[in-house]
Ligand binder design. Structure first.
Ligand code: SF4
Length: 481
């Protein structure tokens, strides 16, 4: 465990996040006080805000200290001192520099509004120490995203449908999803009740005069359900919402081992016009490592089946940094995906699972992992660019390998609109199903209120009536605008 001493200041939240970006799995205890304790427990970071600012570190024989006079933005200055020390100790430079937030594009857009594009670029590069490559990525993503944000109006909303079942659990997954082997008995009631929730939500949207922009059915793996169940749920959507202005209807077919011709037909006939088929990798060995019980060939078969049925927008999700994957095999994955010419591709970076505690050996692992995932992403982005795809949304999560990012790429006109709206929090998302979160957005003040559905399908089924009462908050929210 590492101690982070914050002496006489309140910058500890940012400093803790920055430390975590270097040491994702290290436990960090924040000790906040006015005067430094007499005895400091190593390994530690001591940050002091007195006549000047000082940051000292003591890790495994590495003792170093940096200081600076107080100035205009002392929180940023102190983070910069800490960043320099952590770079020196680890031998790793983070390509997003001091930026630890999940929505760097939102920040870039705000800076662009305040300082102009050049000013925003300069702030990223000079103040936040973001690499040129990531500054370029933020800039182009921001421009492409803007066109999508402009489509949304004050009355706009998107609909999210949660199907929290999967055939089996992937080893890297932290999502609250139920393996269907254990939860199959819950499905009939779940399907019946989610259709009721869709109907109730449709009434609310109609009463409020809201305008449906996009529908996203995710999970989990929605295609774990039968073709009949999928048809029933899609029909509930199209029967209960005004689809006339809806720009996109996505279903995550997710795992190829759940895809059959009759399910794809049910989705296509039911109104889905954007399908996500997700191999994550085109290496059978890596698929085995992560506990996905399908082969690369099954992915190719599912993809061509979807094309045969008529889907004109297929997205594929990939993950950089999976266990056992190498830059070379990731490059083969990218080449294979580009060979299929999907309309959009999302590249995620794996959240860090390997230890990166403060020992010399682990610093070597950290450097290797960061270098490896950076090569994967650089190759992937260049190749997608060559194939005519451009980045249109980007977000980050905690503990990502190398503190990198997830990025959505698409051919022109095939951006995944819902992805942008949910990540940017552009407009209200009305959500149905277990684990779903309704987010109501007041566009005039940026205020957001949330309604949480029960996480697990058994709770959702058992306490449905109670849950539906929570929906009253939607009309109350809009009444108070
Ligand atoms: S398919 Fe997706 S949601 Fe389901 S277990 Fe795997 S990673 Fe998690």
């Amino acid at each position: 465990m590492m101690n982070l001493y914050a002496i006489n200041h309140k910058f500890h939240y940012e400093l803790e996040n920055l430390t975590r970006a270097f040491f994702p799995n290290e436990k960090i205890a924040v000790v906040s006080c006015e005067v430094a304790p007499c005895e400091l427990q190593a390994p530690y970071i001591l940050t002091e805000y007195k006549e000047d600012m000082r940051v000292s570190v003591s890790f495994d024989g590495f003792e170093r200290s940096l200081s600076e006079e107080k100035g205009e933005d002392d929180e940023l200055s102190m983070a910069t001192l800490l960043y320099r020390l952590l770079c020196e100790y680890t031998g790793v430079t983070l390509s997003w520099g001091l930026l630890t937030g999940v929505r760097p594009i939102k920040l870039f857009r705000k800076l662009r509004g305040d300082l102009g594009e050049e000013g925003a670029r300069e702030y990223f590069a000079r103040k936040l120490l973001v690499s040129d490559q990531k500054t370029d990525l933020a800039c182009i993503t921001c421009k492409n995203e803007q066109k999508i944000l402009d489509l949304s109006s004050d009355k706009s909303f998107s609909l999210y449908i949660s199907i929290p079942f999967c055939p089996t659990r992937c080893s890297y997954c932290s999502f609250v999803s139920q393996s269907v082997e254990k939860a199959r008995h819950l499905i009939p009631d779940y399907v019946r009740l989610i259709c009721q929730e869709i109907s109730i939500t449709g009434d609310i949207a109609r009463n409020l005069g809201l305008k449906l922009e996009t529908v996203y059915m995710g999970g989990g793996t929605p295609t774990t359900l039968s073709a009949d169940d999928l048809s029933v749920i899609l029909k509930a959507v199209t029967d209960n919402f005004d689809m006339s202005m809806c720009r996109e209807f996505t279903v995550e077919a997710g795992r190829p081992d759940t895809i059959t011709e009759d399910k794809l037909r049910a989705l296509y006939d039911g109104g889905c016009d954007r399908l996500s088929v997700n191999p994550q990798t085109l290496s059978d060995e890596v698929l085995r490592n992560i506990g996905r019980r399908h082969t690369v060939q099954e992915f190719f078969d599912s993809f061509s089946l979807a094309r045969k049925i008529g889907f004109g927008h297929i997205n594929t999700d990939l993950i950089a940094g999976l266990p056992g994957d190498t830059p070379e095999s990731f490059m083969r994955t990218i080449d294979g995906i580009c060979g299929l010419s999907p309309e959009s591709v999302t590249i995620h970076t794996l959240s860090m699972k390997r230890s990166s505690r403060l020992t010399g050996d682990n610093m070597q692992i950290l450097r290797e992992d960061t270098d490896s995932v950076s090569r994967m992403l650089t190759y992937g982005y260049n190749k997608l660019n060559e194939c005519g795809l451009a980045p249109y949304y980007l977000y980050r999560q905690s503990k990502m390998l190398g503190n990198m990012e997830n990025t959505g790429w698409s051919k022109k006109g095939f951006e995944g609109l819902y992805n942008v709206y949910i990540m940017d929090e552009t407009h209200t998302i009305l959500a149905c199903g277990a684990g779903a979160v309704t987010k109501m957005r007041d566009t005039s003040s940026d205020r957001i209120e949330r309604i949480f559905n029960f996480k697990y399908p058994y709770e959702y089924n058992a306490r449905f009536e109670e849950l539906m009462k929570r929906k009253d908050a939607i009309e109350e929210f809009y009444a108070n605008l």
